[in-house]
Design a binder for this molecule. Sequence first.
Ligand SMILES: [Cu+2]
Length: 263
Amino acid sequence: MLGAAALAAAGMTGTALAAAATAASATTTQSARAESTTTYQAMLDPLNNQSGSGSLTLRLTGDQAVITEHFSGLAATFNGGPFPHVQHIHGGADGVCPTQANDKNGDGVINTAEGQTTYGPIQTTLSVRGDTSPKAGTNLTIAPSGASADYQRTITLDAATLKSVRSGIGVIVVHGDDPTKLPARAQKEKSELVPSLPLAATSPALCGPLKAMAGGGVATGSGSTAAAASDATGGWLLGLGGGLVIAAGAAGALARRTNAHKP
Ligand SMILES: [Cu+2]
């Protein structure tokens, strides 16, 4: 009797332990996910006398980046088809977009190579399918195309891109200029990246630094960690607040434009 009772007790304990272990495991997995997802956002502004705008959100968990992007107002057609807009995460440099001061050859266009002094080389290609490495950087056949695009893709980021994104020096660049908005001389130039293409085809059209959003994974740890993060980034978070207001304004402007187009 005692033996059976002991066995039953042991069995119950074993079950309880297993249940507790399962619960603990689930809790650990959930909290690990919550702590490691950080949201980054880039507001995309025009370069090279182009029109258009956009925004990109990147939700990073480990090396998995869930990317959502919308842009509009870019060049619509190229050689009779939809204009391909190759786009990338650049990084490893200053993490800012270039200005006209970076137009070294003075042709009135900041080409991709000139821009790299501020935003660095291609680290990840934001293609619509297939290769996302720098090698796919100028593959027009897997770029989003047309004047506007809604882009969504989950991409495994490599070590170099992860380093740039996490340290706040990742920059989103959407390429492909409307040649009629470039100076006359530049309209006749060849691309420095792909000599078979015109300069306009590969030059930057939209650019935006990729910045962590407030509350995007920061300060979810212990009290002391949260306090330290808050102290260290107080001024930086203030700066981000301004960016978010601008983001909300841009979304409003987009909604108004969309409404205006409705009959
Ligand atoms: Cu690029």
